[in-house]
Design a protein around this ligand. Sequence first.
Ligand SMILES: Cc1ncc(COP(=O)(O)O)c(C=O)c1O
Length: 298
Amino acid sequence: MYLDGSIVPYSDANIHAFSGVVKYGCGVFEGLRGYRSASGNLLVFRLGEHIERLRFGMKVMRYEAIISASEIEHATTAMLRANELREDVHIRVIAYLGGDDALHQRGPVGLIAGALPRPSRGVGGGAHVAVSSWLRIADSALPPRVKCTGNYVNNRAAEIDAFDSGFDGVLMLTADGKLSEASGACVFLVRDGRLVTPDVGSDILESITRDTVLRLAEELTGRPAVERRVDRSELYAAEEAFLCGSGQEILPILSVDRLPVGDGGPGPITRALQERYFAIVRGDDPAFRDWLTAVWEG
Ligand SMILES: Cc1ncc(COP(=O)(O)O)c(C=O)c1O
């Protein structure tokens, strides 16, 4: 792993037990994927956008120093090369506050990057999800657009509750009862053949995969996607629905609250989107080459 400027063995990537991130949950993090290309390279998807979101998080969390984009990129790619990784991976990058100071501390700022092999889910499968009784945290208290470690207490509560009840995933509502997002992904519906997703004011993480889907929407459906407030019951009325996120990729939602979505299988727009997405992330579409960072030369 990369830890504060060095590559260290996984078991040695330690920080102090009294660090600010442990006591106060004030870390910011990213989850990314790298994909093996046809030529055997490893391609990190939209690394630049993940780095900028991490840096935005450090700013909003008032870190005394914002780690440069070049250091974060170096940490990520050097760690992947040190592990000689060429297969599909899941990557974690965390900026954290060390020290053991007061609640208002702003430093010292540290950086961690690590990866584990994790095959793409690919096409096939889907999720049976529930709407949680845990509401999504609000921008006025813990802004979900900041990918702050402490925020995930909310996501964890909802996910545990849903998993214990036999669901594969969970959706959360805003304090005023509108659809927000899943515990680790954003959500899209298809209504009247058109892609619909909760707007950025619906207490969501401004997801990079969501942005990817928005950019592909017109090509896939003939019309741009609609970003708006979404009612819970629209989930039950949708022709199709899917989760999207770096980790979840494009995952069809098969049912919500035990009600089938559409005919209960992945819909045609979702399937077409999956095909487009997996071609893009593996480097098979030259039009989207700018979104890919090759870890190996040649
Ligand atoms: C709460 C939440 N929403 C959405 C997403 C999807 O974001 P992205 O597409 O940038 O990975 C994630 C995953 O990181 C998440 O944790």
